[in-house]
Design a protein around this ligand. Structure first.
Ligand SMILES: NC(=O)c1ccc[n+]([C@@H]2O[C@H](COP(=O)([O-])OP(=O)(O)OC[C@H]3O[C@@H](n4cnc5c(N)ncnc54)[C@H](O)[C@@H]3O)[C@@H](O)[C@H]2O)c1
Length: 334
């Protein structure tokens, strides 16, 4: 029995994500919460012939508490997406408050749930959730994940494109580490399951890295004011949720890159910090998943000089983003 909950379920990501979760036969109950439209979305999805019972809630009558009760997995795509002309600061202020309030709901109604954060900026919203849970004395770092899977999905697709065979994209696996914005996104292409063509030039390599790091901009530009990636993000979020649900159900050998608090696996986390030469509290790396959530944090392994430079370039921005999230909760009252 698995109850999955989507907070922000009526949005651009929320609706297709809820559809994909409804299609997952391992989910037996699907709770949808948003400030608008969830009764309609839930009624629509409830007619699909898969096991999950679907219920939609709105904020009145303790809707957040009701949707979270008995939740096993909570996915958070609530917030506003990036629009052209919007600064990262504008986005941060709005989403930070939304995520803080939802995390407070989780801390009280579902303190043991596995939490998957999609709302941007992930490098800061994950620390926000952690700080809220700490304030309530219920923080378990093994159960909190920043969803970076869209970067992984993009890397697989773009590498398959370069290899000239899109049918490979499902099987191409590239560890993408660091964080989840711009230069903090570090694809370890030398560790790709499918090596890049030997004749790839440095310019082509750099263009590929840049495309993975800034793939979201392609979508924002093409949508021309109508928002950011929603359908690909829903796919990526559902993929990560499905992996986690398999792992908590006891399946062995499930792993994925994800942005975690490095205390989730103290020895793996310390080894990674040593490798980075930096005392960061959060980093995205390949994580082995198990019944308790994070089972093992993997180190980066051997890197090329170019990858070492990318990791080095990611660290200062990542450290600032993490601190921004922590300070947001430290300063105002909850
Ligand atoms: N992690 C990633 O890779 C990734 C990729 C794309 C977008 N995002 C982020 O996901 C978020 C959502 O993007 P979107 O395109 O779906 O936006 P959207 O505006 O289409 O949907 C957001 C939904 O959140 C709801 N919402 C707002 N405040 C809420 C609250 N307090 N409680 C519950 N629901 C609330 C809105 O009503 C809306 O339905 C944004 O922060 C965006 O930047 C993350």
């Amino acid at each position: 029995m698995v109850k999955a909950v989507v907070l922000g379920a009526a949005g651009g990501i929320g609706q297709p994500l809820s559809l994909l979760l409804k299609a997952n036969p391992l989910i037996t109950e699907l709770g949808l919460f948003d400030i608008v439209n969830t009764p309609g979305v839930a009624a629509d999805l409830s007619h699909i012939s898969t096991p999950a019972k679907v219920v939609g809630y709105l904020p009145p009558d303790d809707g957040l508490k009701k949707v979270l009760t008995n939740a096993d997995v909570v996915v958070i795509p609530a917030g506003v997406p990036r629009k052209p002309g919007m600064t990262r600061d504008d986005l941060f202020k709005i989403n930070a408050g939304i995520v803080r309030d939802l995390a407070t709901g989780i801390a009280t109604a579902a303190p043991k749930a596995f939490i998957l954060v999609i709302s941007n900026p992930v490098n800061s919203t994950v620390p926000i959730v952690a700080e809220v849970l700490k304030k309530h004395g219920v923080f378990d770092p093994k159960r909190l994940f920043g969803v970076t899977t869209l970067d992984v999905v993009r890397a697989s697709t773009f590498v398959a494109e370069i290899l000239g065979d899109l049918s490979l994209s499902k099987s191409v696996a590239v560890p993408v580490v660091g964080g989840h914005s711009g230069v903090t996104i570090v694809p370890l292409l030398s560790q790709s399951s499918h090596p890049l063509p030997a004749n790839l030039t440095t310019d082509q390599y750099e263009a590929l890295v840049k495309r993975i790091q800034f793939g979201g901009d392609e979508v924002v530009k093409a949508k021309d004011g109508a928002g950011s990636a929603t359908l690909s993000m829903a796919y990526a979020g559902a993929e990560f949720a499905a992996k986690l649900i398999r792992a908590i159900g006891g399946e062995k050998g499930v792993s994925a890159p994800t942005f975690v608090n490095l205390s989730a696996d103290p020895s793996g986390g310390e080894a990674l910090k040593k490798e980075l030469g930096q005392d960061l509290d959060y980093f995205s790396t390949v994580v082995e998943l198990g019944p308790e959530g994070v089972a093992k944090i993997n180190t980066l392994g051997s890197l090329t000089d170019a990858e070492t430079a990318l990791v080095k370039a990611a660290i200062p921005e990542l450290a600032t983003n993490i601190q921004t999230g922590v300070s947001f909760i430290a300063s105002p009252k909850l």
